[in-house]
Design a protein around this ligand. Structure first.
Ligand code: PEP
Ligand code: MG
Length: 750
C-alpha cells in the first residue's frame, strides 16, 4: 500500500466503487471486483472481504484478490480469533506491520498467506452491527499510516451500505449458512407468530445512492433538503398547538444540532452521497448515545431516528410522505406508536405481525390487533432502531422475541409454529359444537367482542353464544367521514344477519382517549383517558347518539335490541341516555316504522363511581357488562396506554378481584345479568378466576375464544369455588401465582 492523500484517495476509490456497484451482474462478481479494485488502488498484494455469518460469531471469507480463491466460503474465523476476528470484536481497525509476530495472528494455510507479512483489518460496521471485515495484506513488513487506514475505513463504510441492500441480502441467503441474524428480547402482547418484511410506519426510504458523483452538488442537495426539513418542522409547530407541538419542539432541537449537521457535511466531503452521509451520521450518534444510562438522552435517539428519516425523505423524494407503496405479501408493520385507526389503514390481508414499540395490552391498537389475530410485540428497546425498511422480521409472540433477518434455522422454527398454531386452531374448531359447560356441568355463556367484519368470521367458526360487545366506534374510526344513519343501519344490519338470532349487544359510540376519529379535530386534553370521551361526548352531542340509536332500532326492527352505554359514571347519565333512546323509539313508532319487539338496556361498568352507584344503576338496567380495561386503569390510577406501567398492577390482585366480586354479587342479588367484556375475560387464567367469583357470561376477542373454552371444559368449577375463600384470603399483591398453581395441580387446560 502506498501513501497518498486520504481524502483524494477515498474519492477516487469511491468513484470506481460506484461504477462497480452500478454494473449489471451477479453480486459475487461485484464483490470480487471491489476487492480487486481496492488491492490495485491501494497497491496492496491482497485484499479480502469476510462476511459475518448467521451465528454472529463467525466470519466467512467471501471474496479475495491475492489469496488462494479456493479458500472463499471455506475459511472461517471466529469473532476474537486472529487479527481479523479481533478487529471485529473490538469494532476497530487493526494495522499490523508483521502479522507473524503478532500475538493474535491465526494462520490459515488454505489461504496461501505464508508469504504475507503486514496486515490491515478494518471492520465493516453498521450501527453496532459488525457485518464483516475488510483486509489488506502485503508481502513486505510495513507500518500503515493514518491516511491509509482512513481510506479503507471509508470503503468499509460503503460496503456496510451495500451489505444491507436487498441484492446483497439475497446473495448472502443463497450461500448456505451466511446470515446476519439478530434476536432481540421484547414484550409480547398476544401469542402468535409472524414472518414478513418490515414496513416502517415512518417510512425510511431505501438508500441506493451511496457515493457522491460530485461533492459540490451533493452539498447543495443536502442544504436544500435540510432547509426544507427544518421549514417543515417549523410549519408543524405553527399549525399544531397540541401535544405534537412539544414533540416537534424536541425534534427541532435535535434537528438544529450543529454537530450533527457538520458531521453529515464532513462525510459528504469524504465522498459519500448526501443520503448515505445522513444515515452514517445517525449511526455514529446512535453508537454514542445508545450506551448511555440516561433515559432522556436515549429517548433523543428515537427523535434523531425520526429526524433522519424525515431528512432522508426530503433528500430522496424532495418531500415528505412520498413513500406510500404497496405492502409486501407478508408484512410486519413497525411503528413507535400507533392508533387503531392507523392500523386499519393498512391492507390487513397482508399484515402478518406488528412491532409497536410503545404499545400496552389494553391499548386499542393492541385490542384491534388481537381481534385480527395479528401477533404484536412491543418494547424492543435499542433493537427498534436497528430495523430497516424491507428487513425480514420474525415476530415471536410466544416467548416475546423479535428476529431481524432470521436464519434458515429460525425460519424453519416459524414454519413449525405456524403448523402448531394450525393444529391448535383445529383443536379449538372441534370444540365448536360442544356446549360451553364446565366439567362439573355449569353453563357458561361465551360471547365475542367484535368491531369490524373481519371479526364476523369467528362467529361462524366458534359456535359462540353471540356478540357481547359490538364496538361500534371501530367502523366510525375506519371511515373517512361520520357514517350516515343509512350507512350505520346497513352496517349493523349485516351483523344482525350473520348472527342469525344469536344475542347481539350494541355499545354506543365510545370514542375519545386513544380512539380518535380522523374527521374530528383532535382536542388537546391533559388527561384524555379521563377526559371528554365516550358517553360524555354523545350526551353533549345528542344528535350523534340519536342517529346511532335510530340506526340500531332500524337494524333490529321486529327483533331484539340490546344496547349499552359506555363510561357511565352515575345514574343520571344513564337516565339521560335512556331518554334519548325512548325518544328515538317513539319517533320511529310515530313514523310508522317497525320497532324492535324487545329492547334491553345495559350499561358498562368501567368507572369506579359506577361500581359504588351500582345498586341504583341496577334498578335502571336489564344487564351490565364490566369493562375491565378501563375499570382497572381507573382503579389503579394507571394509564392503560402507558408502557412503563404495563406490568405494575395485576387484575388478579386481591383489590381488583374484590371489586369484581362486589359487582357480580350485587348484580346477582338484583337479578340482573352481568358479564365481563374487557381483555380479562379473554385470558384463560383470568377467565377461570372470574368464573370462580360467580360470573357466567364472558365476552372476548375471537382469537381468544378457543383457549378460554378449552379451559372451561377442563374446569371443575365447584372444586375451585371451594378453594376460593382460601385463595382470596392470601395476602399478596397478586394472586396470579396461586391461580396458576391451582390450574396446574388440577390439570386445567390453560
Ligand atoms: C373496557 O374498557 O374494558 C372495554 C371493553 O372497552 P374498551 O376497551 O373498548 O375501552
Ligand atoms: Mg372501555
Amino acid at each position: 500500500m502506498v501513501e497518498v492523500d486520504a481524502s483524494l484517495m477515498s474519492r477516487m476509490v469511491l468513484r470506481l466503487l460506484r461504477q462497480i456497484m452500478a454494473e449489471e451482474g451477479p453480486t459475487d462478481g461485484k464483490l470480487a471486483g471491489v476487492v480487486k479494485l481496492i488491492a490495485e488502488k491501494t497497491s496492496s498484494d491482497v485484499c479480502s472481504c469476510y462476511v459475518m455469518q448467521e451465528d454472529s460469531v463467525s466470519l466467512e471469507l467471501f471474496a479475495t484478490h491475492g489469496l488462494d480463491a479456493r479458500a472463499i466460503h471455506s475459511t472461517v474465523l471466529k469473532v476474537g480469533e486472529g487479527i481479523v476476528g479481533k478487529s471485529a470484536e473490538k469494532r476497530s481497525s487493526m494495522p499490523v506491520s508483521d502479522a507473524w509476530t503478532h500475538p493474535d495472528f491465526s494462520y490459515k494455510p488454505e489461504t496461501g498467506e505464508d508469504v504475507y507479512h503486514s496486515l490491515l483489518a478494518v471492520p465493516i460496521v453498521r450501527g453496532k452491527r459488525v457485518l464483516g471485515v475488510l483486509v489488506v495484506q502485503d508481502k513486505i513488513q510495513r507500518d500503515y499510516v493514518d491516511a491509509e487506514v482512513e481510506t479503507l475505513e471509508t470503503v468499509a463504510m460503503v460496503l456496510a451500505e451495500m451489505f444491507t441492500q436487498e441484492e446483497f441480502i439475497s446473495y448472502r441467503r443463497s450461500i448456505k449458512g451466511a446470515y446476519i441474524e439478530r434476536k432481540i428480547k421484547c414484550v409480547s402482547l398476544g401469542s402468535g407468530y409472524g414472518l414478513g418484511r418490515a414496513v416502517l410506519r415512518t417510512p425510511r426510504p431505501k438508500i441506493s445512492h451511496v457515493i457522491a458523483s460530485d461533492i459540490g452538488t451533493e452539498i447543495i442537495k443536502f442544504t436544500i433538503g435540510y432547509d426544507k426539513m427544518i421549514a417543515s418542522l417549523e410549519d408543524y409547530k405553527k399549525l399544531d398547538k397540541g401535544e405534537h407541538k412539544d414533540i416537534m419542539e424536541a425534534y427541532s432541537m435535535v434537528a438544529n444540532d450543529k454537530g450533527w449537521k457538520n458531521k453529515i457535511i464532513a462525510y459528504i466531503k469524504e465522498g459519500l452521497a448526501a443520503e448515505t452521509a445522513t444515515e452514517k451520521a445517525y449511526q455514529d450518534m446512535w453508537e454514542r448515545l445508545s450506551g448511555v444510562d440516561n433515559q432522556y438522552l436515549r429517548e433523543r435517539i428515537h427523535d434523531l431516528r425520526d429526524i433522519t428519516d424525515r431528512l432522508l425523505q426530503f433528500l430522496i423524494y424532495g418531500k415528505i410522505g412520498a413513500t406510500h407503496k404497496e405492502l409486501p405479501e407478508h408484512t410486519i408493520i413497525v411503528a413507535r406508536n400507533m392508533g387503531p385507526a392507523e392500523l386499519l389503514d393498512y391492507d390487513l390481508t397482508k399484515v402478518r405481525g406488528l412491532v409497536v414499540e410503545e404499545a400496552t395490552p389494553t391499548m386499542h391498537v393492541a385490542i384491534v390487533a388481537k381481534a385480527l389475530n395479528i401477533p404484536l410485540v412491543c418494547r424492543v428497546g435499542d433493537g427498534f432502531a436497528k430495523i430497516a425498511d424491507g428487513d425480514e422480521i420474525g415476530v415471536d409472540g410466544g416467548s416475546g422475541h423479535l428476529f431481524i433477518e432470521p436464519s434458515e434455522h429460525i425460519r424453519k422454527e416459524f414454519y413449525k409454529w405456524f403448523a402448531e398454531k394450525k393444529k391448535l386452531q383445529d383443536k379449538y374448531n372441534k370444540l365448536k359444537n360442544i356446549p360451553s359447560k364446565t366439567s362439573d356441568g355449569v353453563d357458561v355463556k361465551l360471547y365475542l367482542n367484535v368491531g369490524l367484519p373481519f371479526d364476523y368470521d369467528y362467529i361462524k367458526r366458534t359456535g359462540c353464544d353471540g356478540v357481547g360487545l359490538f364496538r361500534t366506534e371501530i367502523p366510525f374510526m375506519a371511515s373517512a367521514k361520520m357514517p350516515t344513519v343509512e350507512e350505520q343501519t346497513e352496517f349493523y344490519g349485516n351483523l344482525v344477519k350473520v348472527l342469525k338470532g344469536k344475542r347481539l349487544v350494541f355499545r354506543t359510540l365510545d370514542v375519545g382517549s386513544d380512539k380518535v376519529l380522523p374527521y374530528w379535530d383532535k382536542v388537546k386534553e391533559e388527561n384524555p383517558a379521563m377526559g371528554w370521551r365516550s358517553i360524555r361526548i354523545t350526551l353533549d352531542r345528542p344528535s350523534i347518539m340519536s342517529k346511532q340509536l335510530r340506526a340500531m332500532i332500524r337494524a333490529t326492527s321486529g327483533g331484539e335490541l340490546n344496547v349499552m352505554f359506555p363510561m357511565v359514571s352515575n345514574v343520571s347519565e344513564l337516565l339521560e341516555a335512556k331518554e334519548i333512546l325512548q325518544n328515538e323509539i317513539a319517533k320511529e313508532t310515530e313514523a310508522g316504522n317497525e320497532i324492535p319487539a324487545k329492547v334491553n338496556v345495559g350499561t358498562m361498568i368501567e368507572v369506579p363511581s359506577a361500581v359504588f352507584s351500582l345498586k341504583d344503576i341496577l334498578k335502571e338496567v336489564d344487564f351490565i357488562s364490566v369493562g375491565t380495561n378501563d375499570l382497572a386503569q381507573f382503579v389503579f390510577a394507571s394509564d392503560r396506554a402507558n408502557p412503563k406501567l404495563q406490568d405494575r398492577y395485576d387484575t388478579l390482585s386481591p383489590a381488583f378481584l374484590q371489586i369484581m366480586k362486589k359487582i357480580i354479587d350485587e348484580a346477582n342479588d338484583a337479578g340482573v345479568t352481568a358479564s365481563v367484556c374487557g381483555e380479562m375475560a379473554g385470558r384463560p387464567l383470568e377467565a377461570m378466576a372470574l368464573l370462580a367469583l360467580g360470573y357466567r357470561n364472558l365476552s372476548m376477542s375471537g382469537s381468544q375464544y378457543g383457549a378460554v373454552k378449552s379451559m372451561l371444559l377442563s374446569l371443575s368449577l365447584g372444586d375451585l369455588e371451594k378453594d376460593m375463600p382460601k385463595i382470596m384470603a392470601i395476602n399478596d399483591v397478586s394472586l396470579r401465582k396461586y391461580f396458576k398453581d391451582y390450574a396446574e395441580v388440577n390439570q386445567i387446560d390453560l
